[in-house]
Design a protein around this ligand. Structure first.
Ligand code: NAP
Length: 324
């Protein structure tokens, strides 16, 4: 495993972070058992992963808590998130203390490393900063968590308005941001600011469904070609990203996706979600490989650098809305 420093938190974290949400939820989202989910977390620890991201809404806090009992608490960095309703302003600031206490109980731990507001829409950002952050920082000072974080709601914040502001406000030590081969604008909108202010970054949406489900990429490209956003010839190919796969390049599309985001300046930890022991291993291998060849990287920019918001599907959204 390779380790890096998570911004101004100073914590040493693995560059590969296990996401306990998304469509997989450690396999619980696709019919897997609790035992299997615990096996995924423990397998990740054995491979050197020390950062785990969960949330009240994922239903995986208690599983994560059980799984990490196999190691001493200071060997893992546990990140979790407040329920959405606080991020969207539909609750009293005091109520969030109850949510934090509940996460501590679910995780069965004395402290959380990074406590995050989950998916804060731009319209609710001032509420998060002015009403919620002060309450939470008092709880941090009591030792309930170590660092405050914020995550964007990628499908509803295509220009990263929330993080564009949050990176500069000093309250948030960690930011979770969406970035992928087909949603690259964090490069201009977020990373220069998080680097300047030393905010640690956790990356999401590297693969999601568009790059992992057969046929999804082709369907998306056909829609984009219909809208004049990509060349029609590209959409007609059976294997539109086939140019990335060659002896000196990527071994698969998913391999290319993780390597593409991993080496972006400003990215600290790449979160990946899986319920599969085989994917756990290959994804970590991908994240430890060198960058994609320069020519392939440049071609991804040429073909998709202008796209915004492609592939940002969420479990509660039936489709992602591509925009340029
Ligand atoms: N706003 C927010 O706060 C927010 C939003 C989104 C995500 N997140 C965080 O980011 C984490 C990562 O997001 P994500 O879960 O969507 O991760 P992801 O790595 O972008 O995509 C994971 C999906 O790809 C599949 N997959 C993974 N490796 C594969 C491989 N080698 N080959 C084929 N398919 C593969 C997984 O299914 P398998 O189970 O079959 O591997 C899963 O469906 C989440 O778990 C969560 O912690 C936070």
């Amino acid at each position: 495993m390779h380790y890096t420093t998570l911004g101004r938190t100073g914590m040493r974290v693995s560059v590969a972070g296990l996401g306990c949400g998304g469509f997989s939820r450690l396999g619980l989202g696709t019919g897997g058992s609790e035992e299997g989910a615990i096996g995924i977390v423990r397998g990740a620890i054995e491979l050197g992963v020390n950062l785990f991201d969960t949330a009240a809404s994922y239903g995986t806090e208690s599983v994560l808590g059980k799984a990490i009992k196999s190691v001493s608490r200071d060997r893992v960095v546990v990140c979790t998130k407040a329920p959405f309703r606080w991020s969207t302003g539909r609750a009293t600031p005091e109520g969030i203390v109850g949510a934090l206490d509940n996460s501590l109980r679910q995780l069965d731990t004395d402290y959380i490393d990074v406590y995050q507001l989950h998916g804060v829409p731009p319209a609710n950002y001032r509420h998060a900063l002015d009403e919620l952050a002060p309450v939470l920082l008092r709880e941090r000072d009591k030792g309930k968590f170590r660092f405050l974080g914020i995550t964007e709601t990628a499908p509803h914040d295509l220009q990263h308005e929330t993080l564009h502001q949050a990176a500069r406000d000093g309250a948030w030590d960690v930011a979770m941001v969406g970035f992928s081969m087909m949603h690259q604008n964090a490069r201009e909108r977020v990373f220069p600011l998080t680097r300047e202010h030393r905010v640690g970054t956790l990356l999401m949406f590297a693969v999601r469904n568009i790059f992992s489900q057969p046929g999804r990429l082709q369907a998306e490209l056909r829609q984009l070609a219909d809208g004049g956003q990509v060349a029609a010839a590209l959409a007609e190919l059976d294997d539109p990203l086939g140019f990335l796969i060659h002896e000196d390049g990527a071994s698969s599309v998913v391999d290319a996706c993780y390597r593409y985001v991993r080496h972006e300046p400003g990215v600290d930890v790449v979160l990946f979600g899986t319920g599969s022991p085989a994917h756990l291993k290959t994804n970590i291998d991908s994240l430890l490989k060198p960058p994609l060849p320069a020519a392939d990287h440049a071609k991804i920019g040429e073909l998709f650098g202008h796209l915004i918001g492609v592939g940002l599907d969420a479990p509660h959204l039936s489709n992602s809305r591509p925009r340029t």
